[in-house]
Design a protein around this ligand. Sequence first.
Ligand code: SAM
Length: 223
Amino acid sequence: MKINEQTIQAIEALPGNWHACGTISNSVLRVIVKHALSLGEIKHSLETGSGRSTLLFSHLSEDHLVFALDVGESVCKVRSSALLSSKRVRYVEGPTQKTLPQFQFSHKFQVALIDGPHGYPFPDLEYFYIYPLIEEGGLLIIDDIRIPSIKRMFDIINAEHMFELVEIVDRNTAFFRRTSAQLIDPFSDSWWNNGYNQDHYRRILAKDTIFSRIKSAFGINVS
Ligand SMILES: C[S@@+](CC[C@H](N)C(=O)[O-])C[C@H]1O[C@@H](n2cnc3c(N)ncnc32)[C@H](O)[C@@H]1O
């Protein structure tokens, strides 16, 4: 999908308070464009939250899905903007806490942006529904990693084999790429498969080994 420089500049020119929820920075807009162009073709993308990012994705993606509440006019301003390529955008309005679990997804996505509700555990909940849907080589963008609870989520994802960190923009927006590593089954237990838990898991394994050696050395049989 080709986007022209004029459109990018018009979106960049919208002020930070264009809607009242706070928007991604112009440098993040530019980095999204850079990665989108390097992906070649974005057939399907999604985001939580709505705003200037939605305007941009409407020119980068053939089919952009938005899960958002209209807080601070962040939805209605986008929907009525001349900068929106509306035929490529579908809105699912409502709290993502309700809409994401109910939505029937029928394909994978090349790009996903998490920038909806920011309180714990809402971005984590969104991640749960979104991570299995990201295509290998696709991008996961997480905004506002300066918020401590989102930083914790960032640290956990950053340690996953499923994702590699591509870059962090403005110390606030993280860009991950989906690797070829096996998907962590979203309906499994699997805590020992999380990269974030590896040290702890290895310590437990080592302890178990020592205990079983001691038991066999002393002939202790615990049934
Ligand atoms: C920080 S803004 C998103 C900014 C946008 N990415 C941009 O570039 O302008 C947060 C968005 O999340 C939406 N939002 C807040 N709580 C929500 C919830 N529980 N469910 C869905 N969307 C929510 C707000 O209405 C707003 O659209």
